[in-house]
Design a protein around this ligand. Structure first.
Ligand SMILES: [Zn+2]
Length: 277
């Protein structure tokens, strides 16, 4: 039996919304489990209920509520509980599982756009990720007044709770260029949609290995037989890319995903023990 190796991670780039890293010595099921958990199980905050106090705007209450629900909110996982796990067990929620946001907008002159920045939250840490998200347009004299309740939820129940706009991984590419110069038709260089290859000193060279998405166009384009360029992927190495919607830092999302996977496996083990009894 092959002994388990330690997974190695190398962060390539990271900012407030994105993280890109190389994972080595992991297998596809693990990578896919983490990807799926990041998409569907890592909780985030979103508006789930809206009480309309006044709406004289042209959009119906339901459409406004839907637009508010899809507004990403900065999430604080330390302070809040998922409603199903909260001790209150109340359908209205409590301060540990609910955040109230209010909106009181009016157009006194001409038509104006109401933006997400006008939402006032009871918790200054739970606010829209951007204050430039348009919610509605109000014509002169129209009013919109409402109270909205945000809760933690999971992407598997509604896309508004999905903390990532993109979460994907690909195999780590391995490219072998001709050691000696070939006919030098440069067809492989020209056809690559990701501009991975280049010509250096009249030889084919790899310019940006990580950009390769293994499309194999370069291999197909090579007129020589056997093909002079070889494209493969490394066994058990991947490049993972996570783009957050801004609700949580991208590294927190993947960290939470590993915690959730861990918890699910423990629960599975517990269940097995119960079965054995
Ligand atoms: Zn509660």
């Amino acid at each position: 039996m092959e002994c388990p190796r330690k997974v190695k991670i190398e962060v390539l780039e990271k900012d407030a919304m994105n993280i890109r890293f190389i994972v080595r010595d992991a297998d596809v099921p693990l990578m896919n489990a983490l990807r799926r958990i990041a998409l569907a199980e890592v909780p985030s905050m979103a508006i789930d209920e809206v009480v309309m106090i006044e709406n004289s705007a042209i959009l119906q209450d339901e459409i406004i509520a839907h637009r508010l629900g899809l507004t990403p909110l900065r999430t604080d996982l330390e302070t809040y509980n998922l409603p199903e796990d909260c001790t209150c067990q109340s359908e209205f929620g409590c301060p540990q599982c609910r955040v109230t946001l209010t909106l009181d907008a009016e157009s006194k002159e001409g038509t104006r756009t109401v933006y997400s920045g006008e939402l006032v939250s009871e918790n200054p840490d739970v606010i829209p990720v951007s204050d430039k998200i348009p919610i509605i347009k109000l014509a002169k004299g129209q009013k919109l007044k409402l109270e909205a309740y945000a809760r933690l939820g999971k992407g598997k129940n509604h896309a508004k709770w999905q903390p990532v706009s993109m979460c994907a991984y690909k195999y780590f590419p391995k490219i072998e260029v001709p050691a000696k110069s070939c006919e030098n038709c440069q067809k492989c260089v020209d056809i690559c949609p990701k501009k991975v290859l280049t010509v250096k000193d009249a030889k084919i060279d790899v310019r940006d290995l990580l950009a390769c998405n293994l499309c194999m166009y370069c291999v197909e384009a090579c007129p020589e037989e056997p093909k002079r360029i070889k494209v493969e992927w490394e066994k058990n190495a991947y490049i993972m890319n996570i783009e957050s919607t801004g609700v949580l830092p991208p590294e927190t999302i993947i960290r939470q995903a590993t915690k959730i996977l861990d918890k699910q496996l423990l629960e599975f083990e517990e269940q097995l023990k119960v079965e054995e009894k």
